[in-house]
Design a protein around this ligand. Sequence first.
Ligand SMILES: Nc1ncnc2c1ncn2[C@@H]1O[C@H](COP(=O)(O)OP(=O)(O)OP(=O)(O)O)[C@@H](O)[C@H]1O
Ligand SMILES: [Mg+2]
Length: 296
Amino acid sequence: MNATPPSGSGGLLAEHCLALLRAREGAAYVLERRLAGGRQGGAWLVRDAEKRPAVLKATVDPGLLARRRETSALVRALVARGYPTPAWIHDGVSEDGVAYVVSEYVEGSTPAWAEVDVRQLLDAIELQKRVAAPSAQTWSDYAQHVASDHSPTMRGLEGRGAAVERLLDRASCGLRSLGEIDLPRSDAVHGDLELGNTISVADRVVVVDIDACGPGTRALDHAWLYRDAARHGAADSVCSQIRAAGSAVAGEAVFRFCLVVACLELVAFVAAHGTAASLSVEADHARRCLERAARR
Ligand SMILES: Nc1ncnc2c1ncn2[C@@H]1O[C@H](COP(=O)(O)OP(=O)(O)OP(=O)(O)O)[C@@H](O)[C@H]1O
Ligand SMILES: [Mg+2]
């Protein structure tokens, strides 16, 4: 085995993990193909010795590595509660700094907002309630950091064009109007709950891409989902249901605070990975999303 893992997130890293799984656990998987639809590291379809499908994900992200043990425990607790996510079959962190997960494969397709049963997603989020143990580092701490004065996220967006400036003004004004917010920390938080990270299987919806799961407030997932719904033209009734469920967690101010963070995080991601044109489009959508949520 190499002393350092292959860099990047391509097939080499996946092959590296399969070799590791063979050596560590005697699990013989074969790489089949990269699954379509991922926006970041990606997921790989693999087959075990009996040709049964499974999904491999691997990362060298230091933040994800540091809390992998906590994430693994949370995912197992959620699955035990009936949370609709594929169970983790193998997971671990290698000595050379790669976190890997092999999970069950589910056959289905990514739903659209016009067809999804949002109630099922909201019911899933309720299963995240008070499942997390106390932790030194939570999604709520991260969110408070993003929304704090001179946060690196906001500073990184300065000077990125008029649309981003309008969003920053809107976000700062919204945060000021909310006053001091202390987010709860005892729920599990998926951390990237959008429709692209769900799979529709017959009449139920399954949540994937859960490997950033950590402790925090589930209102963050309501906020992520609301932003995605508003961005992709979901019906008003759908947005209202998400907002009502998010506000029921710890009050409307907590939900709106989380929504500011969700909008800033998405736009920061586009600023880092997208074009200037896509950045101003997303910044305008994010600002309108905040304005919409501020209206009664
Ligand atoms: N367990 C699974 N069964 C079937 N399909 C899956 C499964 N996990 C992921 N997928 C499909 O693969 C796509 C990419 O996976 P995922 O969302 O986990 O990767 P990603 O967005 O690139 O991840 P990350 O943001 O962690 O780098 C998903 O959108 C989904 O369509
Ligand atoms: Mg994904």
